[in-house]
Design a protein around this ligand. Structure first.
Ligand code: SF4
Ligand code: SF4
Length: 381
């Protein structure tokens, strides 16, 4: 039985967060037993892009500091790291660390911030789709990895938590390559599970104090939930967190893929909870991303018609040229490279768009919106 520990924590006050993190980790004695004096531990933080902690896009620095201090007290050597959106280089890492408050954590605790931008190819025979993958070298070199995620909605994957956070071990622009190779949501989810199985985090923790709903993971609305949750199983943690967020697990492709492989049972009643009981948590269901394309014709019309209707109704990215500052981040992050800059503004070839919404995710000023088909709006508003 997979165990999930949930603690109330209403604010990012360091003392309170430290208490909550310690309670979560102490509830998983098998995690502590694996660690050893001097072990190097990558605290894989969600550092998607240059955002301040208050934006609720990145894992909050108080949570990371609490994890770091806990590990240091056990004699471990934590290193904070991620490969955020954009190129995996020192310049980009510096900007992201600074904005997300990671420099301050390193200064206060003396822990390492990863600046090694080398990459290594690894092999996982048991993987379903991604037997060979490029990962950031630090993820290979450390003894253990902790997935320190943020609870948010996600344009392509509906939800991002412990499993999706590990996509950040894939270096910079290789992410776009994998997006392109795994050309649909189901394949993309399978490859995320492959990555998660390879990384095999020793423990996963979700910062669910301030979360994001709507058009996450970067352009949604902040939502206060006031929880920290942890588990030795990233899949169990995601099932529990999706229950907290009121998101049906059938809409979360990583949970569907993990369940098919027998890695988790999505019925949260099969999980063992400690700390607060899930039924005691009263949170208004999260607003889902506009990109969610619920297949309302599945099984009701012939297959060829189903695929035509589904494609016609697919939401699409819309670029607001008045807001756009022409930074080209969307162009650089577009997996099929279908965005051209015309007079300094992005113009996508939507016939070739794979609806990954990386452009929406990585636009620093929310100039990319997600537009549903007008008929979908009429029928399902
Ligand atoms: S235009 Fe946007 S949604 Fe379409 S493929 Fe490129 S990045 Fe993905
Ligand atoms: S849409 Fe956003 S990411 Fe793309 S060029 Fe404009 S400001 Fe940059």
């Amino acid at each position: 039985m997979n165990k999930v520990h949930i603690v109330k924590c209403q604010e990012y006050d360091l003392d309170k967060v430290q208490q909550a993190v310690a309670e979560c980790f102490d509830a998983m004695p098998e995690f502590k037993e694996k660690l050893f004096e001097g072990a190097k531990v990558l605290v894989k933080t969600n550092l998607l892009m240059r955002k301040n902690p208050e934006d609720a896009v990145t894992t909050h620095p108080s949570v990371i500091e609490a994890i770091v201090r806990y590990l240091q007290a056990l004699g471990c050597k934590p290193v904070i790291g991620d490969s955020p959106g954009g190129p995996y280089n020192e310049w980009n890492l510096k900007g992201v660390y600074k904005a997300a408050g990671m420099n301050a954590v390193a200064e206060k605790t003396g822990c390492e911030l990863n600046y090694d931008t080398s990459v290594i190819e690894v092999h996982n025979e048991k993987a379903k789709l991604l037997k060979n993958m490029q990962i950031i070298k630090v993820a290979h070199d450390v003894d253990f990895i902790i997935s320190a995620a943020k609870l948010k909605t996600h344009g392509m994957m509906t939800y991002t938590g412990a499993v999706k956070n590990l996509f950040g071990v894939i270096p910079g622009i290789t992410k776009a390559e994998y997006h392109f190779k795994m050309n649909n949501t189901a394949n993309f989810a399978e490859h995320l599970v492959d990555i998660c199985e390879y990384v095999n985090p020793v423990i996963s923790i979700i910062d669910a104090i301030d979360c994001m709903e709507g058009d996450g993971p970067s352009a949604g609305m902040k939502k206060h939930v006031g929880l920290l949750m942890a588990s030795s199983s990233p899949y169990a943690l995601d099932v529990a967190a999706s229950k907290v967020a009121g998101i049906n697990t059938e809409l979360i492709p990583t949970i569907v893929a993990a369940e098919k492989r027998g890695l988790i049972n999505s019925n949260y009643k099969n999980l063992e909870f400690s700390g607060i009981d899930l039924d005691e948590i009263k949170v208004e269901p999260f607003i889902l991303p506009s990109s969610i394309n619920i297949n309302f014709v599945g099984g009701r019309v012939p297959k060829f018609l189903e695929s035509f209707i589904t494609n016609t109704f697919r939401p699409q990215p819309i670029f607001d040229h008045d807001k756009c500052v022409g930074c080209e981040d969307c162009k650089r992050s577009c997996p099929p490279d279908i965005i051209k800059m015309v007079n300094g503004k992005p113009v996508p070839d939507l016939d070739k768009c794979i609806r990954c919404f990386c452009c929406h995710e990585l636009c620093p000023i929310k100039a990319v919106d997600i537009k549903k088909h007008w008929l979908h709006e009429r029928l399902f508003r």
